[in-house]
Write a protein of this length. Structure first.
Length: 433
């Protein structure tokens, strides 16, 4: 009996020692160095979704605050940042914390162009190119592709719409898809003239991620510009005209109704002191008010108008069995419903394909665009310069100008800016090339 217990004790001790040795062998060595950093744009704002790579460390992506943390056995000498087809190498210089401005001017990574076999995947959708009045290719996709939503975030001409390609990845905060024109990354879709686009395709879900990595996680819009075709030289000219207007306006009280409402609400002494300021008749006294003589300003009519939209396109195409070319120029002018907001764009497209020999083919092209956008004040409230909210909140019995031809300031609510002052003070211009 004594011998049996001794043997059992020896077996248990041996098993415990074996377990300890096994755990020690299976546990990998932990990284000893940590590199932290933040990636920002040229204006100093953090950038989300940038891939950070370094030798000896697992790839990581920047978060919503633009920060990242790399773990490695030794501090890397160089880290590589990749985003939307752009690549940038950064020297660490033995630093443990980095602030990296990401430069997105020169692409260094060529994003792949899907082949015809890949386009047979369910993730590929092709749009019709028969839409006639699109300011940019994204607007032309609306109601054209299943599972794709295009939403205008404002009524300002030239504003880029928000595009959502339905899929699992659209549950993330940033819905904007990757836009490629002839394989090049496009940051502003408004810079593209839709009349110069020959084909539009959308890649979504697994297909977009497998082909374009993290850059295509929200979907990819593939744009192919027009090409020259074999045949006689062809000169084409097209023009379009239209107008922008507001379909429905809010029903608001007129001057007399609004003033009577204030009397019914018993504004008291404050109202009595202000009646002469609102009176269109200088002889009307505070004690004998004729509300029919008050100003009656419809601020919606004063603010909103009709904007004209016009576009012109001139193109020359042609080719032979060994070469083809296209030369196209266009002009767009789109006036907003709030004057003087508008958007204008000039664009030029030149492409040439030349077969030099059976084994040598030369292709080249230039796509240049310049735009100018005049925008109105769009503060978060009527007190912070939002011209639309100011028009809805302004008193209808208030004039636009005072007796000295200065902008009238509402004495009851001076925080609300004068609608005329906001409208006529449009001087915010955004130029893009």
């Amino acid at each position: 009996m004594y011998k049996t217990n001794t043997i059992q004790a020896i077996v248990k001790k041996t098993a415990c020692i074996s377990c300890i040795l096994t755990l020690a062998i299976a546990t990998p060595a932990q990284p000893t160095s940590e590199l932290r950093g933040i990636v920002v744009n040229e204006h100093g704002f953090p950038i989300e979704g940038v891939q950070v790579q370094a030798e000896g460390a697992e790839n990581v992506y920047t978060g919503t605050s633009g920060t990242f943390v790399l773990h490695a056995d030794t501090l890397p000498e160089t880290v590589t940042l990749t985003m939307d087809g752009y690549e940038q190498d950064v020297q660490v210089n033995a630093q443990k914390e980095l602030r990296i401005p990401l430069l997105l001017q020169k692409p260094k990574v060529q994003l792949p162009i899907p082949t015809s076999l890949e386009k047979a995947s369910p993730g590929f959708l092709q749009a019709r190119n028969d839409y006639l009045a699109a300011e940019n290719p994204l607007q032309a996709l609306e109601a054209n592709i299943t599972g794709l939503q295009v939403k205008n975030t404002s009524g300002a001409p030239g504003d880029q719409p928000m595009v959502t390609i339905r899929g699992l990845n659209t549950y993330l905060f940033n819905h904007d898809p990757l836009i490629l024109l002839d394989g090049a990354v496009i940051l502003d879709a408004n810079a593209i003239d839709y009349d110069q686009i020959e084909k539009t395709e959308v890649v979504k879900d697994i297909a977009s991620t497998s082909l374009y990595g993290n850059a295509g996680s929200k979907g990819v819009v593939l744009l192919t510009s027009k090409q020259g075709k074999q045949g006689d030289n062809k000169l084409s000219f097209s023009m379009q005209f239209g107008q922008n207007s507001m379909d429905k306006r809010y029903p608001l009280l007129n001057g007399a109704q609004a003033f009577k409402l204030m009397q019914d609400l018993d504004a008291g002494d404050t109202l009595t002191d202000l009646t002469s300021a609102y009176s269109a008749n200088a002889h009307v006294t505070d004690s004998n008010i004729n509300i029919n003589n008050l100003y009656n300003t419809n601020w919606q009519n004063e603010l909103f108008g009709t904007g004209l939209r016009q576009s012109y396109n001139l193109s020359l195409t042609g080719g032979s069995d060994k070469s083809n070319y296209v030369l196209s120029g266009s002009y767009l002018k789109n006036e907003g419903i709030i004057k003087p907001s508008d958007y204008s764009r000039y664009s030029i497209l030149m492409k040439l394909d030349q077969e030099v020999t059976d084994r040598l083919n030369i292709s080249g092209g230039v796509n240049f665009s310049r735009s100018l956008q005049k925008i109105v004040n769009t503060g978060t409230s009527a007190e912070e310069g939002n011209v639309v909210l100011s028009a809805l909140a302004a008193a209808p019995y208030a004039p636009a100008y005072d007796a000295g031809d200065n902008y009238f300031i509402n004495p009851i609510n001076p925080e609300i800016d004068n609608v005329y002052a906001l409208r006529n003070g449009v001087n915010n211009e955004l130029s893009t090339t």
